[in-house]
Design a protein around this ligand. Structure first.
Ligand code: COA
Ligand code: AMP
Length: 629
């Protein structure tokens, strides 16, 4: 099959194309209404189909005789544990966990927040929620209590599921105090919390609210799958926008299942029985899509890895897993490969392991920088494929489609649009730009299945944040260009969102925290390029008049404040005190110009700047401090 034929069909006859892809799954009632629009003009897929995602991902495979095949391999170097679940075992565990939630009153449409480390119970909790037709919202375990509190307040969960602790290499991170603090901070209180007690740290439970997983689960009655409509939400996943408040991306059951299954075939070229490993975390979209749902919908074996690319115990960790479980496809973020490369530049570890079953390595989360891509291709001898996607889409917007027609790799490009995605480069007025010209990357509506249906509880935010920038398009927030061969080059965000080790964070949110320090009059948090993590934040602060505090003390205090409010994953360390910040006459801080300046790029200042001497003043100061080379 040629890529062009597949792609053109998805553009010329989207309903016929996706109806055919939907038929690959087992629905309770097949969808007839393939693409529809609601009263807000927003597109939805498979509105009249009836289904259950957990059924499609588990029960159906068991019914098809794949019950004894491995569904999950859990490998945890940090606890020295390895366990497996067959499809039958996982289905039974999920049915019991669903029964446990049902016993606490969870019904179709209720929200369940899951705040857990990378353990099988996290996956079981997600699928159990889906089994009941309820809506999960997984919160990454590295987020601090106020971040969790924001999500509790917005999603209003009936029940929360957490674990007593996570393990970061050798450090035990207690989750329960964070959970308690978050509930205290939130105006909404969940009715119940289920805590999975781990032996590394058990937590005291609050009577009447908290339940021990190990008490409830053994006695729970297995619960059946609850049928839902294709357009009923499966999950809410919060992601950073440009404001301080994260946006709840809503994913609908039908479109999600169809796109997940299709992407496994078209992008990754994997099938039933193949071992697929996304080395990420269930708290991120990559984890939702490619640790949990897509591999299971496709009937693959997925790996739940509780460890790091290095230090657990060394830079051979990923290759060990690939050999031990016969991984066919490995998928992770560039930062993980950069960490491995730093420790093992010669690729000595790669040589130690048998990677004969590994067919391809995929990367996403941030742009795969050409030196890392070249290094990995050379050392592994495998195709290394970049693909571009977002929490909002749930799967690759652009990719090198291994199951359709593999294309030559161009370094720095995430290749071509996936079927269903009409990718265009626009100028600031929404006018389409010519090949080779750099601009805003926008996706012409309708978006294909799986893309966000709304922002939870705030359709106006969905419209203003994504649909109103360019009429008839979804604004991706990324900039880039398409070359003469149709290859897409994504060059980075055009807004105030930054990407730290593949984790998407809002500079605005960090500014709210930094601005909350009693000594700070105003501040700008900007993204600085980093060899390992891609970007790291840096704060430029103006002190309140008359305040005396030395820079090192302030930096330490701000670092702690960011860790307490957002989490250690923000990797905030550097603070510089400046006299003034550059602004336009209307008061807008010139973040983009400062970002270009600290990264040694040529920077432009708008003609509306209120004082032209400020930028050179800051540049000289940062040069003196060695920030700019
Ligand atoms: N729970 C609690 N804390 C966490 C956490 C979690 N789930 N994940 C990270 N943290 C903490 C770390 O312990 C660290 O804390 P510290 O500053 O007190 O040491 C901090 O957050 C930063 O962690 P991390 O980004 O993991 O940096 P690192 O320097 O420890 O490790 C890498 C560097 C490259 C190994 C690591 O960033 C990595 O594995 N990246 C891959 C990320 C990824 O898979 N992203 C996928 C998105 S698709
Ligand atoms: P997230 O929603 O956390 O997955 O982050 C999405 C953002 O990460 C995108 O908007 C991009 O800025 C960036 N991103 C993800 N994958 C890529 C890629 N392959 N190339 C360039 N940027 C990427």
């Amino acid at each position: 099959m040629s890529y062009k034929a597949e792609y053109d069909r998805s553009m010329n006859d989207p309903e016929g194309f996706w109806k055919e892809k939907a038929a690959a799954l087992k629905w309770f009632k097949d969808p007839e209404n393939i693409l529809s629009q609601d009263e807000h003009g927003i597109y939805h897929w498979f509105a009249d189909g009836e289904m259950n995602t957990a059924y499609m991902a588990l029960d159906y495979h068991v019914e098809q005789g794949r019950g004894d095949q491995l569904a999950i391999i859990y490998d945890s170097p940090v606890t020295d544990t390895k366990t497996t679940f067959t499809y039958s075992e996982l289905r039974d565990a999920v049915a019991k966990a669903a029964g446990m939630l049902k016993g606490l009153g969870v019904e179709k449409g209720d929200r369940v927040i899951i705040y857990m480390p990378m353990i099988p119970e996290a996956v079981i909790s997600m699928l159990a929620t889906a089994r009941l037709g309820a809506i999960h919202s997984v919160v990454f375990g590295g987020f601090a209590a106020p971040e969790l509190a924001q999500r509790i307040e917005d999603a209003q969960p009936k029940v929360m599921i957490s674990a007593s602790c996570g393990i970061e290499i050798k450090r035990v991170i207690e989750y329960k105090p964070l959970l308690d603090k978050a509930i205290e901070l939130s105006a909404h209180k969940p009715q119940s919390c289920i805590i999975f007690q781990r032996p590394q740290a058990t937590s005291p439970l609050i009577e009447g609210r908290d339940y021990d997983w190990n008490d409830l689960y053994p006695q729970a009655e297995p619960a059946d799958c609850v049928p839902v409509k294709g357009t009923d939400p499966l999950y809410i996943l919060y992601t950073s926008g440009t404001t301080g408040k994260p946006k709840g991306v809503v994913r609908e059951n039908g479109g999600h299942a169809v796109a997940m299954n299709y992407s496994m075939q078209a992008i990754y070229n994997v099938d039933k029985g193949d071992v697929f490993w996304a080395a990420s975390d269930v708290g991120w979209v990559v984890g939702h899509s490619y640790i949990v749902y897509a591999p299971l919908l496709r009937g693959c074996t997925t790996i739940v890895y509780e460890g790091k690319p290095i230090m657990t115990p060394d830079a051979g960790a990923f290759w060990r897993i690939c050999e031990e479980y016969g991984v066919k496809t490995l998928f992770t973020a560039p930062t993980a490969f950069r960490a491995i490369k730093k420790e093992d530049a010669e690729g000595a570890f790669i040589k130690q392991y048998d990677l004969s079953k590994l067919v391809a390595i995929f990367s996403a989360g941030e742009r795969l920088d050409p030196p890392t891509q070249e290094w990995l291709m050379e050392k592994s001898g495998k195709p290394v494929i970049d693909h571009w996607w977002q929490t909002e889409t749930g799967w690759g917007i652009t990719a090198n489609l291994q199951g359709v027609e593999p294309m030559p790799v161009k370094l720095g490009s995430s290749t071509v649009p996936s079927p269903g995605f009409n990718v265009q480069i626009l100028d600031e007025n929404g006018v389409q730009l010519a090949r080779g010209e750099q601009g805003y990357i926008a996706l012409k509506l309708p978006l294909p299945p799986s893309c966000l249906a709304t922002v939870w509880g705030d359709v106006e935010k969905f419209k203003s944040g994504y649909l109103q920038t360019f009429d008839g398009y979804y604004a991706s927030g990324d900039g880039g260009y398409i070359d003469q061969d149709g290859y897409v080059f994504v060059m980075g965000r055009v807004d105030d969102v930054m990407n730290v080790a593949g984790h998407r964070l809002s500079t605005g949110e960090m500014e709210e925290v930094v601005g909350g320090h009693p000594a700070v009059a105003e501040c700008a948090v900007i993204a600085r390029d980093d060899d390992l993590k891609g970007q790291i934040p840096m704060g430029l602060v103006v002190l309140k008049t008359g305040v005396e505090i030395d820079e090192a003390t302030l930096a330490k205090e701000l670092t702690q404040m960011i860790r307490n409010s957002i989490g250690a994953i923000a990797c905030y360390k550097d603070t510089y005190v400046v006299k003034r910040l550059p602004k336009t006459r209307s008061g807008k801080i010139l973040r983009k110009s400062m970002r270009q300046m600290v990264n040694g790029e040529a920077y432009a200042v708008p003609s509306t700047i209120d004082d032209v001497s400020i930028m050179p003043e800051i540049e000289a100061l940062l040069r003196e401090k060695g920030v700019i080379g």
